[in-house]
Every structure is written in structure tokens, then in C-alpha cells.
Design a protein around this ligand. Structure first.
Ligand SMILES: CC(C)(COP(=O)(O)OP(=O)(O)OC[C@H]1O[C@@H](n2cnc3c(N)ncnc32)[C@H](O)[C@@H]1OP(=O)(O)O)[C@@H](O)C(=O)NCCC(=O)NCCS
Length: 137
């Protein structure tokens, strides 16, 4: 399985995957999220293909302290064949090469079933609260 950095031509397919995986939310513009990560100096959207069609994605970014992972998704009909684990390994390789020494990710409470997936690929639950504030208004 070859994981590569995605480009502008992949944007529509990536957004369709995120919608199919129920990862989009009304307050996030997924196409803008894709472009910001794709064009940023310390971030990327990685993807893998099956028969030339985009089959999975993961967004990576290094903030200068930690590496972060977002938008992990595999097409519903292509799951349970190792693609999710392959994307996580590629995300970690990308972040390690960018200088990250630790990687973190967030799981929405409504998606808590995914914690078992992440534990299965080596992650631990942290005892933290995550706080946020929009800087756009
Ligand atoms: C999470 C996701 C990317 C996993 O993709 P996948 O291609 O099915 O994953 P893999 O086939 O590589 O599975 C790797 C391991 O995790 C396990 N696993 C997969 N989905 C799981 C789940 N929901 N809960 C528990 N374990 C799971 C598999 O059994 C496998 O274990 P094994 O190697 O012992 O057989 C996929 O389910 C998905 O796109 N989900 C919707 C989007 C989403 O919720 N993303 C995470 C946002 S936080």
C-alpha cells in the first residue's frame, strides 16, 4: 500500500470520503481544511489509492511541539483490510520526519468506538480536557 501526499486534484475525492465517513461538521469547511493543510509548510493530507481511486486519507501537521492527526478515513467498502493502520503508520513517518517526537489526535465523544481502533495501533487515552476558541470572529 503506497501512501502519498495529496494535491489539489484530490480535493473533491477527499471531501467525499470525509463526508462518507461522517467526519464533516457544519462549522468546518472541509475543502478549506484540505487546502490549508495541503499548502501549509508543516502540514499535509496523505492518501492511499485502490485501483487508482482515493481509498483513504489522513491529515498531518506539526505545530512545533506535537504532531497532530486529523481526518483519518477509509472508504466504507474498503475497511478492515489494513488501510487505516497503514495510513496511521504513514502519518507517524511523516510527522517523525518533520521533527515531531509525540503525536496526538482527538476523537469526538460521539465517535468513542474509534478509541479501540487507535489503542489497537498503539495509542493511549490521555487524562486531559481539550479547549478551543475560534480566531475568526
Ligand atoms: C478508523 C478507520 C479509518 C479504520 O480503517 P480500516 O481500514 O478499517 O482499519 P484497519 O483495517 O487498518 O484496522 C486496523 C485494526 O483496527 C481494528 N479496527 C478497525 N476499526 C475498528 C473499530 N471501529 N473499533 C475497534 N477496532 C477497529 C481492526 O480490526 C484491525 O485490527 P487487526 O489488525 O487486529 O485486525 C475506518 O473505520 C473509518 O474510516 N472510520 C470512519 C472515520 C472515523 O471515524 N475516523 C476516525 C476519526 S477520530
Amino acid at each position: 500500500m503506497t501512501v502519498e501526499e495529496l494535491g489539489l486534484a484530490d480535493r473533491a475525492a477527499a471531501v467525499a470520503l470525509w463526508e462518507a465517513a461522517a467526519l464533516t461538521r457544519p462549522w468546518n469547511d472541509p475543502a478549506a481544511d484540505f487546502d490549508r493543510a495541503r499548502t501549509g509548510p508543516t502540514s499535509a493530507v496523505l492518501g492511499l489509492r485502490a485501483d487508482g481511486v482515493l481509498a483513504g486519507t489522513v491529515m498531518v501537521g506539526h505545530d512545533g511541539h506535537r504532531g497532530w492527526i486529523y481526518y483519518l478515513a477509509v472508504a466504507p467498502e474498503l475497511r478492515s483490510a489494513g488501510r487505516g493502520a497503514a495510513l496511521m503508520a504513514a502519518a507517524e513517518d511523516w510527522l517523525r520526519a518533520a521533527g515531531a517526537v509525540k503525536v496526538e489526535l482527538m476523537v469526538r465523544r460521539a465517535n468513542a468506538g474509534m478509541v479501540a481502533f487507535y489503542e489497537g495501533v498503539g495509542y493511549e487515552l490521555e487524562d486531559v480536557h481539550v479547549l478551543s476558541r475560534w480566531l475568526t470572529s
